[in-house]
Design a protein around this ligand. Sequence first.
Ligand code: FAD
Length: 296
Amino acid sequence: PPSIPALLAADHPSVSFEFFPPKDDAGELALWDAIRRLESVRPDFVSVTYGAGGSNQDRTVRVTERIARETTLTPLAHLTCVGASVAALRQVVGLYAASGVRNILALRGDPPGDPGGAWTAHPEGLNHATDLVELVRTLGDFTIGVAAFPDVHPASPSFEHDVDVMVRKADAGATFAITQMVFDADTYLRLRDAVAQRRDLPITPGLMPVTNFKQVARMSELMGTPLPEAVVRRLEAVSDDPAATREVGVTIATELADRMLSEGAPGLHFITMNRSTATLEVYRNLDLGARAASRA
Ligand code: FAD
């Protein structure tokens, strides 16, 4: 398959789906049901987030390996520096390489527990995502992506600092970036344009079709991604009606994605929450299948 940066540089939007490692057997079944349904639209790649602790991290590796082995999908493995020595990180990268995973999203991660708590590196570990980009680059022929924060990273002093960090990530060897979930197209475009002035680093927006207002409100607080007032108003108006919430969530995601694509976003990275229905609705609303077919 073509490399992720090549896909993002092409003249059609790339489509990718993000999953998280399930916690139990029921979650595992739901995940594989979603993967199989989403596989049918032939996304350009799919990613699995890296768990915060030991057993969660093992599950990430297992799910990613299984995707590589048993599906037609191209996996992108998330990897963080949290709680890991350099030796342990090398080992995980080795497992990925052995199962044919060629794409890694290199992240710092967050300290477990208190959201927004101070970062402390493992005594024999790494301190920044850029260090992990450099490490992964020395370990094999990987395509390396990084995180981007249109709403400014919660611990960052400024937007300008965030842009500098993106430049450092590109210089360390990252060749594409994916953003935190976006709810305001203008913040995405502002970061994309500021980075584009300095480096050739395609930045794909993260898109989450909201199906549960309380859940997204909590996530947005944890991630420092404020929900625009208009989005809150539209979702609050239907907050006691799950079906209407889904419908409004899908409409909001469709409008937002449409705007970002028309402004030249290289693709869409759907945060699926291990479900397929809302994502497929947005996918169909945008006619992404036809856009992909026209490139063939
Ligand atoms: P860094 O780039 O290291 O940045 C962390 C902080 O340090 C920022 O405030 C930055 O401004 C600052 N900084 C960076 N470099 C320097 C420098 N050289 N000098 C001074 N300051 C610097 N978390 C998980 O646990 N698992 C996942 O799978 C996961 N997937 C994600 C996927 C995406 C697309 C995104 C956007 C985030 C994801 N996260 C995940 C969350 C992420 O790990 C956290 O947001 C984390 O706080 C920042 O990660 P980073 O890779 O950007 O770190």
